[in-house]
Design a protein around this ligand. Sequence first.
Ligand code: NAD
Length: 373
Amino acid sequence: MNSRRDFLQKIGVSALALHLAPLVGWANNTTNNEKTYDGKVLRVAIMGLGSYGTRVAEAMQSCTKAKLVGVISGTPSKVKAWQSKYGIPEKNCYNYENFDNIKNNPDIDAVYVITPNGLHHDQVIRIAKAGKHAISEKPMSVNAQQGQEMVDACKKAGVKLLVGYRMHFEPKTLEVIRMRQAGEFGKIMFFQGQCGFTIGDPTQWRLNKQLAGGGAIMDIGIYAINGSRYMTGEEPIWVTAQETKTDHEKFKEGVDETIQFQFGFPSGAVASCLSTYNMNNLDRFFLDGGKGFAELQPSTGYGPIQGRTHKGELTQPITTHQTVQMDEMAGIIFENKKPIVPVDGEEAVKDLKIIDAIYLAVKTGKKVDIKLS
Ligand code: NAD
């Protein structure tokens, strides 16, 4: 790695630099980040203290504009452990039965829903009714109709609805988007997204249709769907898709193991993607244009993201995705900041409409038109 000075010169003075402090041992004069930021802090309660909720909570410790202040959980022992680890007061602890009472709690601004996919719809609508901003994990729900109901409920309640699309704030991803917008790849012709891993425990909620809403597409294929949109800068207008299933015991009816899908875009560009719960080493995006290319591999894991273009290696800084995401979301909620790639409910509904279309294409074996607006 370069010297610290070279490194800081490279990244320049930006908000991003603050997030790098814990990673580069640059914490001497920023040990208490709150001292350097005197704006409004987004006070967040996390719902669902599972594996990703734990990762978000850890990452939020390095946030400047967002702070973990509450929890919603069905497991009292986890609540106790989080209270002592993060200094969460008893009055900010809720369970799945009583969390509507959060409406009477002036010390919580937003709830981050990190539960199984099939629960997001009802939970977000309850949060909206309690008058709190909602952040939902991806997929925002299990179909476009549910997603639209969530958007409508949040609009009606006058609260924001955001989705944990952490890649929308990732520096190398944003550099590829910048280069594409600047025309550096020329006319975009092709995108390839390969997303998958081999799933373990057959009893987990990810393999339960009711809780997961489907299979690999819902969980990991969504990265290729969303990525094909932000990498090409276009919305797909048609999809074809083919499913293969090698293990009917583990992947029951309605739970997809492997789906290959292809998109067509208005410009004539095409995409070819693979989503699977039965193969490893698949975390790669490739974008091809008339004048150049970009490859990200790994492209959507927790990092470090790596990549290159026809101009050479991408050298943008490594960040903790969830730290940046939560600080940026505070800006979106309180300052109406507009991210380069949207992370709102409407953006998530587009992905859900595409997922609906992929399942329909698999079922019918036909090319399905996609209408996103
Ligand atoms: P997990 O199984 O580790 O955690 C789920 C949590 O929900 C647990 O604490 C569990 O107790 C709780 N829960 C509440 N009601 C439940 C019920 N009826 N059945 C099962 N669990 C219930 O799962 P996870 O990996 O943390 O995933 C949670 C959400 O976060 C999913 O929507 C997933 O897609 C998303 N996620 C996003 C990312 C990302 O990078 N953005 C990464 C992982 C997971």
